[in-house]
Design a binder for this molecule. Structure first.
Ligand code: BGC
Length: 350
């Protein structure tokens, strides 16, 4: 009996040691390398998971190619990943592969973008996306003095990719601040394009936003009508708007409109310094990566996962951690982006 007990004890100890040393494999699936943001998320996730002793398979789905993302996720499952961290290209396109993951007991974490219409996700880590839009909208309200009754001012909009669930949150958040002024005439959208569908930018492409801005300028502002605001949901669309505005001869400090953005991409921070973009939103991707790693650590250790919100994905309320997005402009970028070690001053030099 004694022998049996000590044998048991030895095997328990051995098992304990083995599992502590068997690295869990995490599949990290990012949408594209063509936007600075996802390169950062991918690299920070990889580095932080590896620092925690995980093995990492990091893949980028071509340039926002949904079938590639699905195929890469299938390969990650075949390669023995026990956790998938996914930033989905198309929020409703991953149902089948995630059903396979669930069947295999694999944990799925939505990173930055929620995956809709599936029961097969476990947690979601993101920034408060509605708040991102609110900050952009409030900036327009404050800068133009709309609450003090100023106006009318002319405004145009560029929103994000219709397949990305975040895009409607950003747009609706911004609209929640500016809609009353569109309704009462203090803001006038000369093109008349104010619905999400009219102003969406497939794949968030700079070139697409730029082409639409070119058209709007040519059709509605060629007679020298002032354009006061271009409310863009993120930096890739803001860069498109800015390129078109510069090409059409709008001048910073003279008649350049307010241009909003999000992500603090290096190219956009440079534009902020040049006066061809007004603000951005800083979403510290180091913090989001750390949060996703923390969720995975807790899930695998069977510990309670810290969350502060739920987001419904049409199937259930997905337990969510919202990180806080921060306003960034020329007045605080030094402290926010350089002193925090996010960028070096050289990276931002024009
Ligand atoms: C992200 C934004 C990003 C956009 C384009 C969104 O889902 O939240 O930060 O600008 O995708 O990649």
């Amino acid at each position: 009996m004694k022998k049996l007990l000590s044998l048991l004890l030895v095997s328990v100890l051995l098992l304990g040691t083995t599992s502590a040393f068997a690295a869990q494999k995490v599949g990290v699936s990012m949408p594209t390398k063509s936007l600075q943001r996802w390169n950062e998320d991918g690299e920070y996730l990889k580095a932080q998971f590896e620092a925690g002793g995980y093995e990492v398979e990091l893949q980028y789905a071509g340039d926002n190619d949904v079938p590639t993302q699905v195929a890469q996720l299938e390969t990650m499952l075949l390669n023995g990943c026990t956790v998938l961290v996914i930033t989905a290209i198309e929020s409703t396109a991953l149902g089948n592969v995630l059903a396979q993951a669930k069947e295999a007991g694999v944990k799925v974490i939505c990173h930055d973008r929620i995956i809709m219409d599936t029961p097969a996700v476990d947690y979601y880590a993101t920034f408060d996306n509605f708040q991102v839009g609110e900050i952009q909208g409030q900036y327009v309200v404050d800068t133009l003095g709309l609450a003090e009754g100023k106006g009318p001012f002319n405004i145009e909009f560029h929103a994000g990719d219709p397949g990305d669930n975040n895009a409607t949150y950003f747009f609706n958040g911004a609209m929640s601040k500016v809609k009353q002024y569109l309704d009462n005439g203090q803001l006038v959208c000369v093109s008349g394009q104010t619905t999400f569908d009219q102003v969406a930018t497939p794949s968030w492409k700079t070139e697409t936003a730029q082409a639409r801005m070119d058209d709007i300028i040519a059709s509605f502002y060629a007679d020298g009508k002032p354009l006061d605001v271009v409310l863009c949901s993120n930096d890739s669309t803001a860069q498109g708007a800015t390129n078109a505005l510069v090409a059409a001869g709008f001048k910073p400090g003279e008649n350049f409109p307010i241009v909003t953005g999000q992500d603090c991409d290096i190219a956009s921070v440079k534009n902020i310094l040049k006066g061809t973009q007004s603000m951005s939103i800083f979403k510290d991707t180091r913090i989001l990566a750390a949060r996703t790693v923390e969720i995975v650590n807790s899930v695998l250790a069977g510990k309670e996962v810290e969350v502060n919100a739920v987001v419904n994905n049409n199937v259930f309320d997905v337990p969510t951690f919202y990180c806080t997005p921060l306003f960034a402009d020329i007045n605080n970028y030094q402290q926010l982006l350089i002193e925090s070690g996010y960028y070096t001053a050289e990276q931002l030099a024009n």
